[in-house]
Design a protein around this ligand. Structure first.
Ligand SMILES: [Zn+2]
Length: 130
């Protein structure tokens, strides 16, 4: 995987134009909002789209695409949007903790517990088929 600048659970700032996320370099835009990265996918990110935003190009999460796109189950029935580094204006907030490398859930104040520096959560360690 390429080196990405951001990681799961980061809140990043993006620009909107006509309810669509535009590249960060765009000088003509309507507003800036902060969105949370919920999954890394194919050299980019899926961000959670709160229901107050009606973003063009966002995708509804159901059981079928959640599995395919690596989206944690708690985001079922919500909307997500795919972005890449070129859409991100800046990092707004980064929480302390790690994302489980198996289920992709974020755990506050957790630390790496695998030899390769990654973290696998308690549930995933208990249930290897999760
Ligand atoms: Zn896990």
């Amino acid at each position: 995987m390429a080196d990405l600048l951001f990681r799961t659970a980061d809140e990043v700032s993006v620009k909107l134009k006509h309810e669509r996320i535009v590249v960060a370099s765009a000088s003509d835009y309507d507003t800036k909002i902060n969105l949370e990265i919920i999954a890394i996918y194919d050299n980019g990110y899926f961000v959670f789209v709160p229901s107050k935003y009606n973003l063009q190009g966002s995708v509804y999460v159901d059981k079928g695409n959640a599995f395919k796109l690596n989206i944690p189950e708690r985001f079922l029935d919500s909307r997500i949007n795919y972005i890449t580094d070129e859409h991100i204006v800046s990092l707004y907030n980064r929480r302390e903790g790690c994302t489980c490398s198996r289920c992709e859930e974020f755990y506050h104040h957790s630390e790496p517990n695998q030899e390769d520096g990654s973290m696998i959560c308690y549930q995933c360690r208990e249930d290897r088929f999760r």
